[in-house]
Ligand binder design. Structure first.
Ligand code: UT7
Length: 332
């Protein structure tokens, strides 16, 4: 019998309407379009402004589009896996809130927190549920309301992040398509460079933690940057070597969108063809667990059935990894 692979059979994304431009940011903090474009490569990012709305609401919008375009009934979904660092609340899992809002009643769900590698970790994990025969239709969603943990008085972090969601439908196939290989790594000692200081069990929320702005993103940018370049290059090489892929064999590279300079370093160091690299950071910023599905969604019409696609990411944890997949369909 042919091996069962987990293949992406549909993709959808959602970005909230409000666009925060570098021009607007330059009136909020001491920065400029020129600095942000040169150092990060972001022009604008989408921000969820609606009151009482969170990451689940972004995910619901993406998932409703996904179900419609793939002609899938919500009752068919057995599992919803949500990658996020901005859950609606500490508990229950945002996946359960999403399932309730979409009306997915026959499945189970939980969240994965792997920083910017969240979607990659989630896709790798969900593919195992498909390959084992336990699940037939899984939704993997990366969704973030990063604006809820960004300090808009801190010029070192506020230009970087944006809000958004991207969701894929994952199904079994016996064709040689879908997820071929996954490599995941983590190193918890990297947490000192990128974390949220308060709000967890070590330092629960208090008046003091709020006054000290400890519920916002804390990042030592240069240290994270160096690790990101090194690990992204290393893991891209590792997955290509493992699968005997040269640059000629790869149709698309989908790197996490944290900083355009990190992606440019990847292109230079690995000597890959820039035309094959998906980049949309300029318009969306770093949407953390949503960057990879938002890239795939934007490039969906360009990808062909059987295309070799390499996803890679690096983020808080530290976490990093890569997935090699064969794209599952030609767009209609
Ligand atoms: O997705 C999760 C993983 N995260 C990442 O991969 C992020 C990795 N890190 C980065 O992308 C970059 O380190 C940053 C974009 C965060 C910062 O860029 P940088 O080139 O490393 O800048 P820096 O922190 O070394 O700061 C250089 C200078 C400093 O001024 P002085 O000390 O040299 O006078 C900063 O105060 O730039 C200043 N600066 C700014 N100036 C204008 C920092 N932010 C800004 C700003 N506008 N927004």
């Amino acid at each position: 019998m042919n091996k069962v692979h987990a293949v992406i059979t549909g993709i959808a994304g959602y970005l909230p309407d409000y666009i925060l431009t570098n021009e607007e940011l330059s009136h909020m903090v001491d920065t400029s379009d020129e600095w942000i474009m040169t150092r990060i490569g972001i022009k604008e990012r989408h921000i969820l402004k609606e009151p009482d709305s969170g990451s689940s609401d972004l995910a619901v919008k993406a998932i409703e589009k996904l179900l419609e375009k793939t002609n899938t009934h919500r009752d068919e979904i057995d599992f919803i896996l949500c990658a996020t660092v901005t859950p609606d609340m500490q508990f229950p899992a945002t996946a359960n809130i999403i399932a309730d809002k979409v009306g997915i009643l026959n499945g189970f769900g939980y969240d994965i927190n792997a920083g910017c590698s969240g979607f990659l970790y989630a896709l790798a994990s969900a593919s195992k549920w498909v390959e084992s025969g336990s699940c037939k239709k899984i939704i993997v969603v990366g969704t973030e309301k990063m604006s809820s943990i960004v300090d808009y008085t801190d010029r070192a972090t506020c230009p970087i992040f944006g809000d958004g969601a991207g969701a894929v439908l994952l199904e079994p196939t016996t064709e040689k398509l879908g997820v071929m290989d996954c490599i995941l790594h983590s190193d918890g000692s990297g947490r000192k460079y990128l974390h949220q200081k308060a709000g967890g069990s070590v330092k629960p929320a208090s008046r003091e933690t709020v006054d000290a702005k400890e519920h916002f993103i804390y990042q030592e940018g240069q240290a994270v940057y160096k690790h990101a370049v090194f690990r992204m290059c290393e893991v891209n090489k590792e997955i290509c070597d493992n699968n005997n892929l040269t640059d000629n064999d790869v149709n698309w590279y989908v790197p996490h969108q944290a900083n355009k300079r990190i992606i440019n370093s990847l292109i230079e160091k690995l000597q890959i063809d820039p035309a094959k690299v998906m980049i949309n950071i300029e318009r969306f910023g770093n949407t953390t667990a949503a960057t990879l599905p938002l890239c795939l969604w934007e490039w969906e019409s360009k990808m062909k059935k059987g295309d070799n696609v390499i996803l890679s990411s690096f983020g808080a944890g530290f976490t990093w990894g890569a997935i090699y997949l064969k794209w599952g369909y030609d767009s209609k």
